[in-house]
Design a protein around this ligand. Sequence first.
Ligand code: CS2
Ligand code: MG
Length: 404
Amino acid sequence: MRVVRATVIVTSPGRNFVTLKLTTEDGITGLGDATVNGRELAVAAYLRDHVCPLLIGMDAHRIEHIWHYLYRGAYWRRGPITMAAIAAVDTALWDIKGKVAGLPVYQLLGGASRDGITVYGHANGETVAEVIDQVAGYVDRGYQAVRVQCAVPGVAGTYGVAKTPGRPYEPADGRDRPTETVWSTERYLDFVPGMIAAVRNRFGPELRLLHDVHHRLTPIEAARLGKSLEPAALYWLEDPTPAELQDSFRLIRRHTTTPIAVGEVFNTLWDCEQLIREQLVDFIRASVVHAGGITHLRRIFSYAELYQVRTASHGATDLSPVCMSAALHLDLAVPNFGLQEYMPHTPETDAVFPHGYHFADGYLHPSEEPGLGVEIDEKLAARYPYDPAYLPVALLADGTIHHW
Ligand code: CS2
Ligand code: MG
């Protein structure tokens, strides 16, 4: 079953998405997400110029072989751009295989290990009272887990807090260059434990509470934060410190039992091999689109299973409904599923990517359609041309560029 067409679709229904569409000789199509927030056109070019021409004539059934052709065969391995491109090809091939088999992809991965996917929502606000209101809204809608972020007093433009209440705090909004925000570790560390304690006191012990640091702390600062949050029994503390140096998580571990989640910027197993093997983290947040597709993410999750590390795939709005759909099929099948992030897309995005996954009673359920159960309305997509946008940068008061 040969691939006869490979097209890259760039569309911006409220934010930018890059999608690969593969077509086989018998007219079956498959979709893959290739979006890298703020660097979208780099992946589009990598796909169009270097990958799509190679796919024409290949047997669409040989998913594992094609994955290695693009990875081992390329000399230049890893990195977000390469791995997002490989991910898109891989995801589209699983979609095609499901359609050919007449089965949803999770059935090809071993079938359902659970009845639904537990997801967490995003509560964020300018004040603790606003955050508490938002958490209450999620609890009312049946959510069992909520991430809490609050504007830090005196830190203008705290990342993770929506400018328009109820809208995603994303998309990236720096049109010509990144917006500049100011970061203060001192104010942040002073404020966050009290904010989270207030939410915990209001909602009791059962609700799973999460908090994302976005890599802003040094290892010892992260250790201090983890320790101070122990009474609040967080479900996880996310990205407490940049993870290039995997050893730094040993230092955090030495000081706190607060569970740690990392990995939304990881691209392969090699980015987290030590973190998992030494049990330095509790949740692995790698995603289908940024970690080489279903094939490679499944490998990461299987490795994590050996060490009792659970899955927690990234699911922000810069990952398209194609990626969300693929994540849900994998989440349903793997034995060590932990929690799935779920930030609903805007109605404009949902219209461009009609999909069958749906939320009910605190769980997301993948589509039962053959394949991934998501399509792209190309006519509608064409009405939303690429719109340049950058994520913000954070600076210290003296102008030093701080970590993302
Ligand atoms: C965040 C994301 O969802 C998360 O946990 O860290 O909002 C992240 O900042 C964006 O996806 C960046 O592209
Ligand atoms: Mg995060």
